[in-house]
Ligand binder design. Structure first.
Ligand SMILES: [Zn+2]
Length: 313
């Protein structure tokens, strides 16, 4: 799906070929009509020529139709000014980075609570205002009902204080806005099948609801876990719920999260490249067996990692 301030290059070509066709049609009997048509054709040609540079500007949103929690790419090409475009959707500012000459792209996300419908993307490109949109479809996420003893549901005051302090620290991490460190598309940290999908609702004892903010990937204890893309490690420590956790800042508000590791191969501040081993599959923290919990954050929101890995960045 693509929209722009003006017609696409394909539409422009159609109009130009129309004016050419008209010019080879005249006959003596239709001389008057011919000259009138010629004048119209030539005026159309000069009008098109005068505004031709604007036609090169193109805004593409892909995918255009997404589920709640899915990311999307806004790509702007043909930018003459060299200054980065600005874009807002649902009050969220999308951070653009360069994708070549006159090309800028940004990764946006519609969070898990977004209602189905069409959402406007308001852009400013070199002083021009342009709108595009992204559409959210209706999706039912899986629901799991669990019955657990009270001691497994409620935390003692000490654990609760620890979990809340960690939660505050994580929330402040999502506010970091580094320069772009990722290169190309993201890759799966562990090439195994999933055991729990993104967005799965867990209803515990018919009342407490927890949402699965990432995916669980099956794995054997000690299997290597790899960085989904290049970036900088902003956390490598044991957390109450996540156990041994690594968080990588990929820049422009994109982070990847790896939980329940048995051990670390990186530490806070390490620079990593895509595919580097960062730790090993384990079952630390609140976990019922060895697996990797893998999450992606975009502008402090939870992205569906499966959809994120499909983005052609
Ligand atoms: Zn999980």
């Amino acid at each position: 799906m693509s929209t722009g301030a003006s017609a696409s290059p394909i539409q422009r070509n159609k109009r130009l070929s129309f004016s050419t066709t008209v010019r080879i049609r005249p006959s003596l009997k239709q001389a008057g009509r011919f000259y009138a048509t010629l004048i119209v054709s030539l005026s159309a040609f000069f009008v098109i020529s005068a505004v031709a540079p604007a036609y090169a500007l193109q805004v593409t949103v892909s995918p255009f139709r997404i589920s709640p929690g899915d990311p999307f790419i806004v790509k702007v090409t043909g930018v003459k000014s060299g200054t980065s475009p600005e874009a807002t959707v649902k009050d969220m500012q999308l951070p653009f980075s360069s994708c070549g000459e006159g090309c800028f792209l940004a990764v946006g996300l519609m969070d898990l609570n977004s209602k189905p419908g069409s959402y406007t993307i308001a852009l400013k490109i070199g002083g021009k205002k342009v709108t595009s949109s992204v559409r959210i479809k209706s999706v039912r996420f899986p629901v799991i009902h669990l019955t657990l003893s009270e001691d497994k549901v409620s935390l003692n005051p000490h654990d609760l204080a620890r979990a809340e302090e960690e939660d505050r620290r994580l929330k402040s991490l999502w506010q970091i806005r580094s320069d772009r460190l990722w290169e190309g598309s993201f890759e799966s940290p562990l090439q195994n099948e999933l055991s729990t999908q993104f967005g799965t609702k867990r209803v515990i004892n018919r009342e407490k609801i927890s949402l699965h903010k990432g995916v669980d990937i099956r794995g054997k204890e000690g299997e290597a876990v790899r960085a989904a893309n290049s970036g900088q490690v902003v956390l490598a420590e044991e957390l109450f719920f996540g156990g041994n956790t690594v968080i990588i800042d990929h820049g422009l508000g994109i982070f990847s999260v790896y939980m329940h590791l048995s051990g670390f191969k990186v530490s806070h501040g390490s620079s990593v490249s895509k595919g580097d081993v960062i730790g090993f599959v384990g079952s630390t923290g609140r976990s019922s067996g060895p697996h990797l919990h893998f999450g992606i954050k975009v502008q402090a929101m939870n992205a569906n990692p499966v959809s994120f890995l499909k983005l052609k960045l």
